[in-house]
Design a protein around this ligand. Structure first.
Ligand code: OFO
Length: 160
């Protein structure tokens, strides 16, 4: 179980780097709302990593961050970028579900309780990113569409 939790620590670390790197792409394109949104996501992912890190040492085991691959730096468009966010969140949800399966199988009630927070968090995050993608689809990326999409994403950030 410790090894699996440590792998999740590395994944959350990667998620944070990925969203921070994506925020730079948005920043360079002048998409301030999206950049701020992604920076906040990056901070949240770091918090997810720290939560796991603390949990592992509280159980008396040694947390290990492990290697993290470099995130991509280029994206085709704003829809490509947020689609990749959603795909990544789905991957994370799958990993959390697998961790939960292991905890249940091992009768590790403490980990089941701990992981429940991540299950809810993933549900929330997938929903939020789906809302972003819905806005992109409705507004459309042609002409000044990207400007209005970015404004809408900035607006979502203020409400969350
Ligand atoms: Fe959004 O992934 Fe962390 O848990």
């Amino acid at each position: 179980m410790v090894n699996k939790l440590n792998a999740q620590i590395s994944l959350e670390n990667f998620s944070s780097n990925l969203y921070l790197q994506m925020s730079a792409w948005a920043e360079i394109k002048g998409l301030d709302g999206s950049a701020a949104f992604l920076r906040k996501q990056a901070k949240e992912e770091l918090d997810h990593m720290h939560r796991l890190f603390k949990y592992v040492y509280e159980t008396g085991a040694l947390p290990a961050i492990g290697e993290t691959k470099a995130p991509p730096t280029e994206f085709k468009s704003i829809s490509d970028l947020f689609q990749q966010v959603l795909d990544h969140e789905k991957l994370v949800t799958g990993k959390i579900n697998k961790l939960m399966d292991s905890a249940l199988k091992e009768n590790d009630h403490s980990s089941v309780d701990f992981l429940q927070w991540y299950v809810s968090e993933q549900h929330e995050e997938e929903h939020t990113i789906q809302q972003v993608l819905d806005k992109i689809r409705i507004i459309g990326e042609s002409g000044s569409g990207v400007y209005f999409i970015d404004r809408a994403i900035g607006e979502m950030l203020r409400k969350h």
